[in-house]
Design a protein around this ligand. Sequence first.
Ligand code: FO1
Length: 328
Amino acid sequence: MTATGRPENGTVIALCGGIGGAKLAFGLSKVITDERLIVAVNTGDDFKHLGLHISPDVDTVTYTLAGIANPETGWGRADETWNFMDSLKAIGGETWFQLGDRDLALHVERTRRLRAGDSLSAITTDVRARLGITACVLPMSDDPVRTHVETDNGSMPFQNYFVERKCKPELRSIRFEGAQNAHVQHDIARALGDPDLRCVIICPSNPYLSIDPMLAVGEMRQLLTGTTAPVIAISPLVDGKAVKGPMSKIMRELGIEARHAAIAGHYDGLIDGFVVDSADEKIPDHVATAVENTLMATLEDKVRLARTALAFADEISTGQDVPGVRCA
Ligand code: FO1
């Protein structure tokens, strides 16, 4: 037990969006190798396409933790074939959203089960178990939450902006339809209220597109501010730039300076600690800061960052210095 009685073998909850977040979730799954790791995933990117219910971030996390994600794109599956897409194109179907043959099975089975009345949580739990994943991968909510963006080309659902239009429209604002009436997925809500919770880690996903939908769900913010466990965020910026995706463009269009301090400010009131890749920036004093290389290119990088985040959280829990964590 640690000084504050918080058992170091307590549950860890990772709030995770797409590709960047999934990398840290993978690293955490190599450190916490059982169901004490809960990966709560954004479902704001979900949409109905070709009559199928697609849950891109849930699938990206699931495939990543199962070690079968496409290493080039980060989304979809490795060793994929594209016969379905080729045939669909030949008959004039929509192919702007690429669904590989292996990936398609998951969308078809999920759609069938949702129509049969199963919850997204139950489906996700069965799929991750069948893929040999021990971590609890769970959607942030079983209620529908959909990210829509207001742009200079009008309002559109997230995937039409992100994939079909390749983030070219100028972003004006982002909204999460259904979030207020949605409930935090019940296992996540229970774990957030558990006195034995070890920590919450906000993964280095896009705060505005992938984490904000989660924070907008029902009582998520209250649960995060109500927990006695430390909440740690990893900055998604490396050298003051976004690692992947359109984050720099989005931050510019939202009028937000692409600096760690802006990310820390975005999470202000929710986080006890913030992990950044360099100490050369001023971070608000009331947030403890740890410095670590946050670029996750290799498995070792992902595991190292996971270990640093967990040690940092334990240090905040106990108020003691933990070897290996350099506080700025
Ligand atoms: N992203 C793309 O940029 N192009 C695609 O064709 C595409 C297909 C796709 C299929 C399944 C899936 O789970 C994800 C897919 N993604 C694709 C990624 C997805 O749009 C984004 O990664 C998330 O929604 C944002 O993190």
